[in-house]
Design a protein around this ligand. Structure first.
Ligand SMILES: [Zn+2]
Length: 323
């Protein structure tokens, strides 16, 4: 039986750095852009239809002046918004909100330059929350994940990978902050030390009840456009069950349910029902068949909901659905 699910969400992409046209064929119906991409004004227009992924975005990276990623070669010009002091926070958040952002991205990367002070970070979080916008943080370097958590950040854009977090800290984080997985960025199939650190943190965060979203950082590095088999395999290896993986893929967008969405780079607004992801064939009956589950999942493709062939369900269909 074909399975139809809410459009799978990649909760960490950079649309300025890759062509999203093939995402739907790879099963991804929705994306959250975490910095460096803002749709042209025309793309926020009110059109129906569109087969590009439904997109929400953060706009500019908010960080310390001279901080990550303002000096990174991959970062598009104008993609960073320096925030020098708490007094600058409201304007920086206002600028993203005005451009249509539904999440605010901050960077705390002590390995690549100066980072936001604690009071400036708190001021950004406060300004964002006043607008009902969640805050996602790139954290890198010792102590940065904890600093983000202490300041009230809502999402970590990456599973922490710079250090092993204590069970006590993970227990506090679980239930109060969401992690976006991005495990495969550490080696792209040839696991690095950071991959093992991140996997260990994610396994314990998940075991403590922490909420995880599937995300890949697509646009940075050699990642497949569409569902990433290695990311799925890594999540399963961290102890997420197949159902947990489906939950991580089908979560609502973070933030306000009524925030503006755009069909990425198509100039069209997605239809109200949103995209769906369709997986042909039967899910393996054996819950321990993780390889079979992954193969089945990777056969997914995304569609606008209105493209689904509609037909009346017969009684045997309904009995099928119940079983
Ligand atoms: Zn990123």
């Amino acid at each position: 039986m074909t399975v139809v699910l809410p459009g799978f969400l990649d909760a960490h992409v950079h649309l300025a750095l890759f062509d999203p046209a093939r995402l739907a064929a790879g099963g991804i119906g929705r994306v959250l852009d975490l910095g460096g991409w803002t749709p042209a004004a025309a793309e926020l227009g009110d059109h129906a239809g569109g087969d590009r992924p439904e997109a929400r975005f953060a706009g500019q990276f908010l960080g310390a002046p001279g901080g990550y990623p303002s000096r990174q070669a991959w970062a598009p010009a104008g993609s960073s918004c320096p925030v020098a002091a708490p007094a600058d926070a409201v304007e920086a958040v206002h600028r993203q909100a005005t451009a249509g952002a539904s999440v605010i991205k901050v960077t705390l990367n002590s390995a690549a330059g100066p980072v936001l002070t604690a009071d400036t970070l708190v001021a950004i979080v406060t300004a964002a929350h006043k607008r009902m916008l969640p805050v996602a943080a790139h954290t890198e370097g010792a102590g940065q994940a904890e600093a983000a958590f202490d300041a009230g950040v809502d999402l970590l854009a990456h599973t922490p990978f710079s250090e092993r977090l204590s069970d006590a800290l993970l227990g506090s984080m679980a239930g109060r902050i969401t992690w976006i997985s991005t495990l495969d960025i550490h080696g792209w199939g040839e696991p690095t030390a950071a991959f093992h650190l991140a996997s260990d943190n994610l396994a314990r965060f998940h075991a403590a009840g922490g909420r995880v979203l599937y995300g890949t950082d697509l646009g940075n590095g050699p990642l497949p456009v569409g569902l990433n088999r290695r990311e799925i395999t890594a999540l399963l290896a961290c102890g997420l069950s197949p159902d947990d993986v489906l939950t991580a893929l089908t979560a609502d967008f973070p933030g306000r349910p009524d925030a503006a969405s755009v069909a990425a780079a198509s100039g069209e607004r997605p239809d109200r029902a949103g995209p769906v992801t369709v997986i042909p064939g039967d899910r393996p009956a054996d819950p321990h068949d993780l390889a079979g589950f992954t193969d089945w999942l990777l056969s997914a493709h995304a569609l606008p909901a209105h493209a689904l062939p509609a037909r009346a369900l017969t009684r045997p269909d309904l009995e099928d659905l119940r079983s």
